[in-house]
Design a protein around this ligand. Structure first.
Ligand SMILES: Cc1ncc(COP(=O)(O)O)c(C=O)c1O
Length: 422
C-alpha cells in the first residue's frame, strides 16, 4: 500500500479505480507482498535449518488464486477439513505436500482423510483406533497440546493449554506414540499449534523447547524416529500502528538453535522442520475496500460503511483491531468518531471510537488494513448481506478472483416444499 498525492494505491492501482471497477465491499490482495512475506520467512528458516518447509494454512484465505501464489513459492497445504484437502487437490497438491489436521473428526472424515493419502495429523489419542479401523497409514503424526498457549489477538484464539479443545494432552503423548508403534506404524511426525499472532521471537524458542522435550523423550524411550516436526503457525504481524514487527530472522535462529540442541540431546535422527503459518504470508497483503454510505450524529458521530461484521468478522467476533484509512483525507486533522457496518446487530458497531479524518463524508472510500487472513474466509450472509468480491493486484494489473455474491447465492440449496408454494 502506498499513498501518492493523497490517493491510496494497492501496488500500483488506485483504490478509486478498484472501487469503481469492482464495487465495494471488496477484498484486495497484493501478490508481490504475499511473495515477499513468504520469501522473507522461508529464507530465514532455511538459513538456520536447511531441511525446512512451510505448509500454508489455507483456512485463513482459501481463494485458489492466493493459494496458488504460495504453491508457486513452494508451500505445501495445511488442511483443517476434508474439503480443504480437496482444495489442495485443486492446486495440484496431495500426498506429502498436504497435512490434514482436522479435529473432532467424524468416521467419514477419517475415511476420506485416509483415502486421500495426505499426511494424517491426529488431534487425539482416541482417534488412533478409529483410524486403524479403516486402514494403517504408513505414517502418523499427533497434534500435541504442549500445555501452554498464547495469543496476541485475544484469548479466543489461544489454541493450546488447559482451555483449548485441541491436541493430545502432554501426559498422553508418550502413550499415543507407543500405541501407534505397537500397532505397526513405522513413520512418525509431530505437530503443535500453540500461538496466534506472536511477535516475540523468544516465544517460538520457548514453545519449541517444550515440544522437543516431549517428542525427544518419546523418540528415546520408544526407539522411534520422526520424519518431521511441525511447529504450527502463529508468526505474528502488527495490527496496530506502532506495534513492532516480528524479527523473523531472530525467531528462525532461536528455533533452529533449540531444535538442533534437542535433537542432539535425545540422539534423534534430524527430522524435517515444518511450520504452517497463514497470517504472516497473507494478513498484511490484504485489504478490504468500503464506501461511506451514511453518517449519523447521535450520542456521537457514527460513520456507516459497507464493511460490516458479515464481511469482516474479526472485530465483532473477538474484538480485533484493524487500522482504517480514508482515501484522499489522510492529511486532514482528526476527529473522534465511531464507525459501523450495515448489519442489524450492535456488534457491527465495530469501531466505537477512532480518530479519523474530520472531513470524512458520503462516498469516501475506506481501506481497512491487515484483512488478508481470516477476512473473506470468515465472511457470511447474515441479514441477506452477501459475501464481497475478491481482487488480486500485481503492479498496475488487477483481476477479479472471486465474484461478489448475488441473490441466487442466498437461495442456493434451498427448497420450498410444494405445500408452501401455494
Ligand atoms: C492448526 C493450525 N495451523 C496453522 C494455523 C495458522 O495460524 P496463523 O495464521 O496464526 O499462522 C492455524 C490457525 O488457526 C491452525 O489452527
Amino acid at each position: 500500500m502506498d499513498i501518492r498525492n493523497g490517493q491510496i494505491y494497492l501496488e500500483d492501482v488506485p483504490v478509486t479505480l478498484l472501487a469503481q471497477t469492482y464495487g465495494t465491499p471488496t477484498y484486495v490482495y497484493e501478490e508481490n507482498r504475499i511473495r515477499a512475506n513468504f520469501r522473507r520467512a522461508l529464507s530465514a528458516f532455511k538459513k538456520y535449518y536447511p531441511n525446512f518447509r512451510f505448509f500454508y494454512a489455507i483456512k485463513a484465505n482459501n481463494n485458489l488464486a492466493v493459494a496458488n501464489i504460495l504453491r508457486q513459492e513452494g508451500a505445501g497445504i495445511d488442511a483443517a477439513s476434508v474439503n480443504e484437502i480437496l482444495l489442495a487437490q485443486k492446486l495440484g497438491l496431495g500426498g506429502d505436500d498436504v497435512m490434514f489436521s482436522g479435529n473432532f473428526l467424524s468416521d467419514e472424515d477419517i475415511r476420506q482423510g485416509l483415502e486421500s493419502g495426505v499426511i494424517f495429523n491426529l488431534d487425539d489419542i482416541s482417534l488412533l483406533p478409529r483410524v486403524l479401523k479403516y486402514g494403517k497409514p504408513e505414517r502418523i503424526s499427533f497434534r500435541v497440546n504442549p500445555g501452554y498457549g498464547k495469543s496476541d489477538v485475544g484469548d479466543f484464539v489461544t489454541n493450546a493449554g488447559p482451555d483449548a479443545k485441541f491436541g493430545v494432552h502432554p501426559e498422553q503423548v508418550m502413550n499415543a506414540y507407543r500405541m501407534a508403534r505397537d500397532a505397526g506404524i513405522k513413520r512418525f511426525g509431530a505437530h503443535m499449534m500453540p500461538g496466534s499472532c506472536i511477535r516475540d521471537p523468544e516465544y517460538f524458542k520457548f514453545i519449541t523447547e517444550i515440544l522437543m522435550d516431549l517428542i525427544g523423550r518419546a523418540a528415546a524411550e520408544l526407539g522411534i524416529s520422526f520424519d518431521f516436526i511441525d511447529l504450527g503457525g502463529g508468526l505474528g504481524i502488527p495490527y496496530r500502528h506502532g506495534d513492532s514487527y516480528l524479527d523473523i530472522d531472530k525467531a528462525a535462529s532461536l528455533v533452529a538453535e533449540v531444535f538442533t540442541k534437542k535433537i542432539a540431546e535425545y540422539k534423534m535422527t534430524p527430522p524435517r522442520l515444518m511450520m504452517e503459518p497463514a497470517r504472516y504470508f497473507v494478513g498484511d497483503a490484504g485489504y478490504i475496500l468500503g464506501t461511506v454510505h451514511a453518517i449519523k450524529d447521535s450520542y456521537r458521530r457514527i460513520i456507516g460503511t459497507d464493511v460490516s461484521m458479515n464481511t469482516l468478522a474479526r472485530p465483532a467476533m473477538y474484538g480485533a483491531y484493524h487500522h482504517i484509512y480514508v482515501n484522499g483525507r489522510e492529511d486532514e486533522p482528526r476527529r473522534t468518531v465511531g464507525l459501523c457496518g450495515q448489519v442489524c446487530e450492535n456488534t457491527d458497531f465495530w469501531v466505537r471510537e477512532r480518530e479519523l479524518p474530520q472531513g470524512i463524508d458520503l462516498g469516501d472510500i475506506i481501506v481497512v488494513e491487515n484483512a488478508g487472513a481470516y477476512g473473506y474466509a470468515m465472511s457470511y450472509q447474515y441479514n441477506g448481506r452477501l459475501r464481497p468480491a475478491e481482487v488480486l493486484v500485481n503492479g498496475n494489473q488487477h483481476w477479479l478472483i472471486r465474484q461478489r455474491e448475488n441473490i441466487e447465492d442466498l437461495v442456493r440449496n434451498v427448497t420450498v416444499p410444494a405445500h408452501l408454494q401455494k
